[in-house]
Design a protein around this ligand. Structure first.
Ligand code: ADP
Ligand code: ADP
Ligand code: SF4
Ligand code: SF4
Length: 592
């Protein structure tokens, strides 16, 4: 059995573990062998896989959880595609790329999706877990595989790749100028007008890139990719910061791109969207930071269901000890109990008269999680600011003092210091509390980030820290705007669970703005639906039950969802399909 040993050198700290503790406890070393040697030059341990017996003692003894040792099935060995170095991350197998198809990729962050894309886009020649440095050997290694032909073309320079990056927030740092100029420059297909219309960019063409919101940047980045004339298109997390109507629009556009004969690969953690967009999918499993394995291609429905179950049938692999299941909305308990606040009808008109929001009166209960759904720019933030007393209503009165802890949609930070500094300044006692460790900090993987500099975190890490910062603050209401952005599915569910349990146990109330339907479903007791015309006029309905709320919300967008009979997850119906028409006729946009 091939054994891999991976050391996370960012975590390894030989001085703080009592000077190379792993080396001292290793039974092979103690018997005079050399399973662990010390690299004096770099002052770090190296595990020699050939001598290691896989006993796991070093794994358990290392105080910083820096070591992973796994035994992998024999047949994987020949699928070893790339290893970044000794005791570094290993990638097994690759996704297929097919002309005319959208291939979806589903899996945790840190399991090699970007590495695979670097290979498929020709930026990285895979070393085949040895010393390989040329494409000919890669072609040989993939002989008889669907990728052989693809790599042959890649070698000849016949494949031009285009990548829509994951972190669109970083674009303004690299690109300056007006949206129109950027897109004109990208336009190799002559489809400028079509794409601008399709992605609803008309009104922002003359804006500077620097002034765009995250949702606008996302659509500009997708448009720039679509306008290029390439063979292989990769969309890394195209959903972040988009509302659900915009998500479905980009899904259709990406599908059309594939249908025109291109190779399209997409990584997406919004499962309803991935489902809607992909022809086939690969599940990636493994251990983040240590190794990742691409599954066989699977039908979209099966692949997502197997992912949720944590078990891949064809491969006969269980990669997660538990299943992810969904409670039917009808079975959720109706909220009752203590009322936190009863708010009257409120109106807000901003001074320049450009936007008007009308809020119908309602009440919020202690201990509940209320999902807030509706398009971007419809007044969701304005509503909560009024509840918090930050914005004064134009009509109606807010005569209480509720404290609000807020996690904005776009997280910007120039904080200098570590994650631990940042969080302990907010409330050090919560970091020590067993309750917070169990309910929030450990499930979100925060202790692993304590020593990292806040301004060096990736988008997903920053998101988890920002959510934690919001939740450890004392407040009456927690307002969390788009917690899902840049998180993978498991992290989304961990965040949802943490929010639900903290609200219930601390008897607080959370309002969550979210566009990932699966997460809204998983998280919310009730919904507040916002309707209107983004940027002009918004109306907030009173909080209502999940069924009524989802129906109302989805009817506004004209899309229906059904539940997958096996896993209970929400699935978008294809427009005009039998189910879609039937459900619309009955007014059941969200099937229980
Ligand atoms: P994903 O896209 O699934 O989040 P990546 O392909 O970006 O995953 O990275 C997988 C792992 O590979 C990461 O945990 C990272 O530590 C490691 N890795 C990525 N690039 C390098 C590199 N140049 N050298 C060493 N390790 C790397
Ligand atoms: P959402 O949270 O639903 O995205 P917001 O409440 O942030 O919406 O904004 C709704 C509308 O009000 C937007 O068009 C926004 O540009 C406008 N707006 C928000 N704050 C102000 C302000 N302080 N002055 C003028 N207009 C504002
Ligand atoms: Fe110490 Fe862990 Fe690093 Fe080994 S891997 S030297 S035990 S910190
Ligand atoms: Fe040594 Fe056991 Fe660790 Fe292998 S797993 S390096 S044999 S302690």
């Amino acid at each position: 059995m091939p054994r891999i040993a991976v050391i996370d050198y960012d975590k390894c700290n030989p001085d703080k573990c009592g000077h190379f503790l792993c080396e001292r406890v290793c039974p092979v070393n103690r018997m005079g062998g050399e399973a662990i040697i010390i690299d004096e030059e770099n002052y770090r341990p190296i595990i020699q896989e050939a001598s290691c017996t896989g006993c796991g003692i070093c794994v358990h003894k290392c105080p910083f959880n820096a070591i992973t040792i796994v035994n992998l099935p024999e047949e994987l060995e020949e699928g070893c595609v790339h290893r970044y170095g000794i005791n570094a991350f290993v990638l097994y197998r690759l996704p297929v790329v097919k002309e005319g198809m959208v291939v979806g990729v589903l899996g945790p962050n840190g399991t090699g999706k970007t590495t695979a894309v670097k290979i498929l886009s020709g930026q990285l020649i895979p070393n085949l877990c040895g010393n390989n440095d040329n494409w000919d050997n890669v072609i040989k290694a993939f002989r008889g595989n669907e990728l052989q032909n693809y790599f042959e073309k890649l070698k000849k320079g016949e494949i031009r790749p285009i990548v829509k990056p994951q972190y669109v927030d970083l674009i303004p740092k690299a690109v300056k100028g007006k949206v129109r100029d950027l897109l004109k420059k990208a336009d190799e297909t002559g489809k400028f007008d079509e794409v601008v219309k399709e992605l609803e960019l008309e009104n922002i063409l003359d804006r500077e890139i620097q002034q765009l919101s995250g949702g606008e940047l996302q659509r500009v980045a997708i448009a720039a990719a679509l306008l290029r004339n390439a063979h292989f298109y990769f969309f890394d997390e195209p959903s972040s910061y988009l509302d659900i109507r915009q998500r479905l629009r980009i899904a259709k556009t990406i599908r059309r791109l594939a249908e025109s004969g291109k190779n399209v690969l997409t990584v997406e953690h919004d499962l309803a969207l991935l489902d809607y967009m992909s022809d086939i999918i690969h599940v990636v499993y493994g251990k983040p930071g240590a190794y990742g394995i691409f599954s066989q291609p699977k039908s979209t429905r099966n692949g997502i269901n197997e992912f949720l179950r944590g078990y891949l049938r064809d491969e006969n692999v269980r990669f997660r000890p538990f299943e992810i299941t969904f409670t039917k909305t009808g079975e959720r308990k109706a909220q009752e109990g203590e009322i936190l606040v009863q708010y009257p009808r409120l109106v807000k008109e901003y001074e320049n008269g450009s936007f008007r929001l009308e809020v119908e009166g309602g009440e919020l209960y202690v201990g509940e999680v209320v999902g807030i759904v509706g398009p971007n720019g419809i007044g969701k933030t304005t509503f909560v600011k009024m509840l918090a007393g930050v914005e004064k209503p134009t009509e109606g009165e807010v005569d209480w003092s509720l404290t609000v802890s807020y996690k904005p949609q776009y997280i910007k930070t120039d904080y200098e210091g570590t994650v631990f500094d940042l969080l302990s300044k907010i409330d050090a006692s919560k970091l020590m509390s067993n309750f917070y460790k169990t309910e929030l900090l450990n499930p979100l993987g925060i202790p692993d980030l304590y020593d990292r500099q806040v301004n060096e975190l990736s988008g997903g890490e920053l998101q988890r820290v920002a959510i934690t910062a919001c939740l450890i603050r004392d407040a009456d209401i927690y307002l969390i705007d788009e917690p899902s952005a840049h998180l993978d599915v498991e992290q989304r569910l961990a965040v949802s669970k943490a929010i639900r349990s903290l609200m219930a146990k601390n008897e607080k109330t959370a309002l969550i703005v979210e566009h990932d339907v699966m997460m809204v479903d998983y998280l919310s007791d009730r919904l507040i639906v916002f309707e209107g015309e983004p940027g002009k006029y918004g109306r907030a309905l009173p909080p209502m039950g999940m069924r009524e709320g989802m129906n109302r919300f989805l009817a506004n967008i004209g899309i229906t969802f059904r539940r997958d009979p096996d896993t209970g997850r929400p699935r978008a119906n294809k427009e005009g399909s039998v189910k879609d028409r039937e459900q619309k006729e009955r007014g059941e946009y969200y099937y229980l």
